[in-house]
Design a protein around this ligand. Structure first.
Ligand code: PMV
Length: 344
């Protein structure tokens, strides 16, 4: 066993959305999803472990104790006991910090649980970092913290959930696409346009449960499964137009499911729609490879090929900033995986 490790882990943005859990098992998705890691939007977590009897967890954010996070972390440790019985005992000092502001709608839980899961696998020290078993284990642990976190450990697109289109895909952990990604879809960026930096209107847990008994749930799960199989082909063949259509349709489907559930939610704000319309207009006028996706919130993720970065930056500055809260947006390269620093 090791005693101290620091891990920096990226967040991720789903292209095919996970929305709905099966009622069998813990955090088992109703449909497969696929995401890109966001290498510049990260959580940095230091875990210090001291053997002992009984479990004590101390959690701080940037050195300041944060007791409000403890219930979620305690639940996580209880869930992973079956996989890692050694976590039943010992003192776990966890300090974490994100390199992006809180409340920007960026999946801080994905980066945070990704970092913590990697740190735990490192502390145990039984697996070789170059093996797929190591990353399967990291991803499985991260899933038990927050479902989408299990996709944050891969530089290539990460698939979580069983799909006939992806070899070794699993509901328990994510795997990276093994196929060669076409050059036209290799070097993309994501700029998150902050429309509303307020608290989430519906928590992920509540959001997923809205799919239980939802009138359109089964069609949605089928469509997501088909979209996933298609986007995997698109990644190989490089059909950017299809990529754009699938990604935008997935974002709007996620929000349609929210608008048609009981209770119903409208998470887009007027400026979300204004930005989407600006993006469509810009694409029609320039024919450049840009599109949007959305998370379960009002902010817009603008995805574009790095080849057109300077035109897109000008477009953001001149057309989109007026719709952003305090003119705020955050950009990241696509890719990245957990970076590990051992202290022993
Ligand atoms: O991991 P959770 O339970 O926070 O769910 C995330 C769900 C979405 O972000 C809306 C979609 C996704 O696949 O990441």
């Amino acid at each position: 066993m090791k005693s101290k490790v620091t891990v920096t882990c990226p967040s991720n943005i789903a292209l095919i959305k996970y929305w709905g859990k099966k009622d069998t098992g813990v955090q088992i998705p109703q449909n497969p999803s696929i995401s890109w890691s966001l290498s510049d939007l990260t959580a940095k977590t230091t875990l210090q472990y001291t053997p002992g009897s009984g479990r004590q967890i101390n959690f701080s954010y940037d050195g300041v104790p944060k007791e409000s996070f403890l219930p979620k972390i305690n639940d996580f440790f209880t869930r992973i006991e079956e996989i890692f019985p050694w976590v039943k005992d010992g003192i776990f000092n966890i300090d974490t910090i994100n390199n992006f502001p809180h409340g920007t709608g960026i999946a801080s839980s994905a980066a945070g649980f990704g970092a913590l899961a990697t740190a735990l696998v490192e502390i145990e020290g039984d697996l070789d970092r170059d093996s797929s078993e190591y990353w399967n284990k990291v991803s499985e642990l991260a899933r038990l913290g927050s479902g989408s976190a299990c996709r944050s450990m891969f530089s290539k697109p990460a698939v979580w959930g069983v799909s006939e289109a992806v070899e070794n895909s699993s509901d328990f952990f994510a795997v990276e696409l093994k196929t060669t990604i076409h050059p036209s879809l290799q070097n993309w960026k994501d700029c998150v346009l902050i429309v509303d930096s307020g608290e989430k209107k519906v928590s992920s847990t509540a959001g997923h449960s809205l799919l239980n008994g939802h009138a359109y749930a089964n069609s949605r799960f089928t469509q997501a499964t088909e979209n996933l199989a298609e986007i995997v082909r698109v990644f190989e063949e490089g059909n950017v137009d299809r990529f754009i259509k699938i990604v935008e349709s997935e974002a709007l489907q996620l929000h349609s499911m929210m608008m048609s559930s009981i209770p119903y939610y409208m998470l887009m704000r007027p400026n979300t729609i204004a930005i989407i319309e600006e993006i469509w207009k810009f694409r029609e006028e320039t024919n450049l490879p840009v599109c949007f996706t959305l998370d379960a919130g009002a902010n817009v993720h603008l995805l574009y090929s790095k080849e057109v970065e300077s035109s897109v930056k000008t477009f953001i500055e001149s057309n989109l900033l007026p719709y952003c809260q305090n003119a705020m947006y955050l950009c990241s390269d696509i890719g990245g995986k957990p970076q590990i620093e051992n202290h022993d």
